[in-house]
Design a protein around this ligand. Sequence first.
Ligand code: NAD
Ligand code: MG
Length: 393
Amino acid sequence: MNKLQSLTVLGSTGSIGKSTLDVAARHPDKYQIFALTAYQQDELLFEQCCRFKPRFAVMLDEPAGMRLAQRIATAGLKTEVLYGVAALEQVSSSPEVDAVMAAIVGAAGLRPTLAAARAGKRILLANKETLVMAGRIFMDAVRQSGSLLLPIDSEHNAIFQALPNNYSGNLNASGVSKILLTASGGPFRNTPLSDLQQVTPEQACAHPNWSMGRKISVDSATMMNKGLEVIEAHWLFNASADAIQVVIHPQSVIHSMVQYVDGSVLAQLGNPDMRTPIAYGLAYPERIDAGVAALDLFKIARLDFVAPDLERFPCLELAYRALRAGGTAPALMNAANEVAVEAFLDKRIAFLDIPRLIADVLDKLPYVAVNVLDDVLLADAQARSAAQDWMLH
Ligand code: NAD
Ligand code: MG
């Protein structure tokens, strides 16, 4: 690509957002920032605006947006400040944008990410919740608009790299027998089961290999993150639940693998640093420097693999169940999980309540087919309300 790629970074103040700006800043000849967005961190967004001089900065929260606009005016920057969900959709779909990094956390990422898909953008997809909630709608939008969808989640990025270049969406036709989705097992892989009831948010967020936002860190500790990723892989690669095998690999060096019918297994390896898949997404089909140190195999010395323990990680089982049930079941599960994780982070429920709450919400609410976005949004609202009720009883 010769011309400068114009980039919108949704969730630029988060873990993935900051890593994206780090990679883009290494290649000012290739990338320029069109828009940066955040929920309410106006101070950090202001610093990013000073550095990257985007055309737009969007805050979801209006009071924070007003503070940002004031700072920007005082500093004499030309960045225009907008607020709210419609503005997020606008900067994701504007004709001046080439690529959108979808790095908002949770269900809040759905609308702007979908807007980018409908507008035919190159999408760097970190926000897995979009696919979990509305996989069919999102993938249809990608196909209809001709969007180029590049998975940023490290596992899916690895699978994308290990599948054939011209992968058609049919695993059988490509000779693939299984997708091997690796998982670190999180901070509680070896914690005695009897201690799990008492673990704190700080312990849950202390991931052994990756530094990430708090929501995905808790998801990694419950392994709901891997459950969400199974559903994500289902939509990205048109893989059935049976064709996706989770493999615990504590070193997080192999980011995932594809097993072929001839006995070959192709893996992608690297240091656990999200700048690798981000750089891949930015430059695809080329390769650029990501600022990531070369992998030192002698230092790593060994790679271990273990089957996941479903008694320890009931969330993984819940996610397979929701995927097999189909329709709105994954959206219900995702919403219940978001409420449960937030409550756990606020110390309102215990760690082991997270899977209990989700299982009860899934048992209580009916699943229906997903035809339009409103089916998903309604399921999301119902599950949030059922999850709040659960905590009152
Ligand atoms: P984070 O919490 O560090 O950052 C989230 C970003 O989203 C912030 O910029 C925040 O301001 C913004 N945001 C939060 N709530 C919002 C709302 N309601 N409306 C608009 N913006 C909002 O999260 P993260 O770790 O960067 O993860 C982002 C996404 O990427 C998640 O979906 C996560 O599952 C996925 N992901 C992250 C990693 C990682 O290493 N961090 C790896 C793979 C996938
Ligand atoms: Mg991942």
